[in-house]
Write a protein that binds this ligand. Structure first.
Ligand code: SAM
Ligand code: SF4
Length: 320
């Protein structure tokens, strides 16, 4: 369905948990997030009902995210149920990759089509520092597993943080020579946990692009916020996602659902529509509410304005 700015909204990102087995500096408070009671969360049945209601409105692509989606029990069954919904063509997942070695294969069998794996450093100590305790070797093994399953391209998401991992730019770029891996640099956003310090550690993608030099531009991929490039002779691509310096709101095709049942027409707005009470009392109204939320999607975010109002949720509570 088209929104009021004629954007075709066909993509729903579903966060299935706020919880995570890591504590990335820019995403999660050091002591984690308080676990919500079971009845404050969407059940898997609720999620399936919402997705079924969204298909006639034009949603055909899903992304499962979190928190860390792989820490929620029963995830394989959820993917199985979603993949049976007629009209859903793609079910992707954004994950920190730490549990993929064992879970990638059952997820693929259940119907998952692609992984985006977040990794901000290729050095063990730094990886541990940025994630506050994550083990790099688990993620590297998860990436290898995903590659071996032929779920290509595997996309890696990397956030550059000034003074932390900037110097690894070339090492990440090198991965695109060695393997069929796309590496995407996401600009650090001043959201939630990072809202106070992101500006002082911000590294623009323009700076990274200049440093890499030899890149040649590729045609845009419909529905992707990344601008893609390739190094000469590389197998994979390099993508830049510039939510701050060059927002892609005019091409935005997505809505978001949080694990506690809030529908968010825009990542960077505090506008949320609470679906939980409706699911309990009047489930038939969900399609109408989804349509209204798509209609109400704002034209653009204001993050790069001087007095921007940031989303008060951490990214782990929205799903990125
Ligand atoms: N746990 C999974 C993961 O790390 O991929 C999925 C959820 S995580 C919130 C999704 C993405 O959001 C990750 O790639 C992460 O790097 C990104 N992210 C979180 N906080 C961010 C911030 N303040 N600025 C930019 N990206 C952020
Ligand atoms: Fe967890 Fe992903 Fe947030 Fe890191 S970015 S704390 S892995 S939810």
């Amino acid at each position: 369905m088209a929104d009021q700015y004629q954007r075709n909204i066909n993509y729903m990102r579903i966060s299935i948990t706020d919880l995570c087995n890591m504590r990335c500096l820019y995403c999660m408070p050091e002591n984690g997030i308080q676990k919500k009671p079971h009845d404050a969360l969407l059940s898997f049945e609720d999620i399936v009902s919402i997705v079924k209601a969204s298909v006639p409105l034009g949603i055909n692509k899903l992304r499962i995210t979190g928190g860390e989606p792989l820490v929620r029990k029963g995830i394989i069954d959820l993917i199985g149920s979603l993949s049976e919904i007629e009209g859903i063509n793609e079910i992707a997942m954004t994950t920190n990759g730490s549990l993929l070695t064992d879970m990638a294969e059952p997820l693929k069998k259940a119907g998952l089509t692609r992984f985006n794996i977040s990794i901000d450093s290729l050095k063990e100590d730094r990886y541990r520092e940025i994630t506050r305790g994550g083990e790099l070797k688990d993620v590297l093994s998860g990436i290898e597993k995903a590659l071996s399953l032929d779920m290509k391209p595997i996309k890696l998401n990397t956030v550059m943080i000034g003074g932390y991992n900037e110097e690894e730019l070339e090492d990440f770029a090198q991965l695109t020579y060695d393997k069929l891996i796309d590496v995407r640099f996401i600009e650090l956003m001043p959201v939630g946990e990072a809202s106070q310090w992101a500006k002082s550690k911000f590294v623009s993608n323009e700076t990274l692009k200049k440093r890499l030099g030899l890149l040649h531009p590729l045609k845009g991929i419909a529905g992707s916020p990344a601008r893609y490039y390739q190094l000469p002779g590389a197998k994979g691509k390099i993508g830049f996602i510039n939510p701050i310096s060059d927002h892609f709101c005019s091409e935005c095709n997505r809505i978001r659902l949080t694990s506690d049942g809030k529908l968010k027409p825009c990542l960077h707005s505090n506008t949320e529509i609470d679906l939980l009470p409706m699911l309990r009392t009047n489930p038939d109204s969900i399609a109408e509410v989804l349509a209204a939320a798509i209609e109400a999607k704002p034209e653009r975010h204001m993050l790069n304005q001087e007095n921007a109002i940031y989303s008060s949720r951490n990214m782990c509570q929205i799903g990125g």
